[in-house]
Design a protein around this ligand. Structure first.
Ligand SMILES: O=P(O)(O)O[C@H]1O[C@H](CO)[C@@H](O)[C@H]1O
Ligand SMILES: [Mn+2]
Ligand SMILES: [Mn+2]
Length: 410
């Protein structure tokens, strides 16, 4: 009996990566800075949370050890952990969500994505002309780098008045389109994104993202859970395809289906909010059979708190996840493997609103195997290869399994 459960805490980095300077992210540390801010009273928000960051279950598994390993520190002084723990660096050149997830699934991105410049307008004229013409639009708004919540507050009312969709980008390889679910129409927004997906293909853009919202004024605009990502497919078969080829099923919880352009995802299960995503993950864990993979993405950490630079919000979301974690741990049987990790950082104490280049945690539990350190992994792909070996799938070319190090007699 072998089953695997991969949980991605979207953006939960544990300290700057060795190549962080190339991203101007030296010193970034999502976990460390949240913990530090909470310890100093900067993580308090009345009615939400207060005091030091309390993550007893994650720490018991080995999260503090993982952070120490990411920083190159010794873990000998820490109380012993119940799980396996380590940290991983990213070899893909982007610090975006698809790069991170594909690399976790054994396929680093070997090329540079296309990006839009930090000029205004940011999009090439030929592209916006083609969009306006092919979609018969009265024009577009935005056409700049922006934070999604700020730009709908700034341009949402004009969007409703004029019918022009709000188009923006970020430091990621994305073309984002915000539009009102009712005034513009949700289906119409999706169709527009499909059209733009084709138009940005020659520019090597990773994702076109529909960002629908509701509300009638800048004070009450709110993005809805109907976000949809149109990603290019991964450049090679991923762990997901390999699990399916071996006869297993892949349960993609939350954004996973979109991130992998629906390749190798046997069942897509969406849910709104981290807690609903956790419930969907627990349900899939109960249903999973021998050879199956449950791959879950917990998006709120990143989109609601990391990008919004909201320390108390991020801390409260981590604490809620931690409180829920025992429910997943009690479902683990002999032959199961749970890995908790992240796809990049998004330090809420950092400047701007973009991701941060960080190491990610590799923390987990596999009943029947011993715990302990798996060290600092050169690539996220080591996680995918470990899961592959655990499930008895032939090895792939980009990572090295650490399963041998967890053998009971090791
Ligand atoms: O500010 P919002 O719209 O949340 O944008 C964020 O979401 C995008 C996709 O994850 C990222 O590229 C980042 O810029
Ligand atoms: Mn992400
Ligand atoms: Mn993000």
């Amino acid at each position: 009996m072998a089953r695997a459960f991969l949980f991605v805490l979207d953006s939960f980095g544990i300290g700057h990566a060795p190549d962080a300077a190339a991203f101007a992210n030296e010193g970034a540390d999502t976990f460390g800075h949240i913990a530090q801010a909470c310890a100093e009273g900067r993580g308090d928000r009345p009615g939400l949370r207060q005091g030091p960051l309390l993550l007893p279950h994650l720490r018991a598994l080995g999260l503090s050890h993982a952070a120490a390993i990411a920083a190159g520190h010794d873990v000998a002084h820490l109380p012993s952990a119940t799980g396996f723990y380590g940290a991983a660096c990213e070899t893909s050149r982007g610090k975006d969500t698809p790069s991170g997830h594909w690399e976790i699934a054994g396929v680093p991105v070997p090329f540079d994505w296309g990006y839009f410049p930090e000029t205004e307008p940011t999009f090439p004229r030929s592209l916006t002309d083609a969009i306006v013409e092919k979609a018969a639009l009265p024009g577009i708004l935005g056409n700049c780098h922006a934070s999604g919540t700020e730009i709908i507050a700034r341009l949402g009312e004009e969007h409703i008045r004029t019918g022009k969709p709000i188009c923006y980008t970020s430091a990621d390889s994305v073309f984002q389109i915000a539009a009102h679910e009712e005034h513009f129409g949700l289906e119409r927004l999706y169709q527009l994104c499909e059209l733009v997906r084709v138009l940005v293909d020659p520019l090597n853009i990773g994702r076109v993202i529909a960002r629908p919202f509701l509300g009638e004024s800048a004070e009450n605009f709110e993005r809805t859970a109907n976000r949809r990502d149109y990603a290019v497919p991964p450049p090679e078969p991923t762990l997901l395809d390999r699990v399916e080829a071996a006869g297993g099923r892949v349960f993609g919880i939350g954004k996973i289906g979109d991130i992998f352009a629906h390749q190798g995802v046997s069942e897509v299960r969406k849910a709104a909010g981290n807690m609903a995503l956790f419930e969907a993950s627990l349900k899939a864990m109960r249903e999973a059979r021998d050879g199956d993979l449950v791959f879950a993405n917990f998006v709120d950490f990143d989109s609601l708190y990391g990008h919004r630079r909201d320390v108390p919000g991020y801390a409260a979301a981590l604490e809620a996840f931690d409180r829920k974690l025992p429910e997943a741990l009690t479902l683990l049987q002999e032959g199961d493997m749970l890995v908790l990790t992240a796809d990049h950082g998004c330090d809420p104490t950092w400047s701007g609103s973009d991701h941060t280049r960080e190491c990610v945690p590799v923390v987990g539990m596999a009943p029947g195997l011993r715990g302990g350190s798996v060290g600092l992994r050169r690539t996220f792909a080591d996680m995918g290869e470990t899961v592959a070996e655990h499930l008895g799938i032939p090895r792939g070319p980009h990572g090295i399994s650490f399963l041998g190090g967890l053998a009971p007699d090791a």
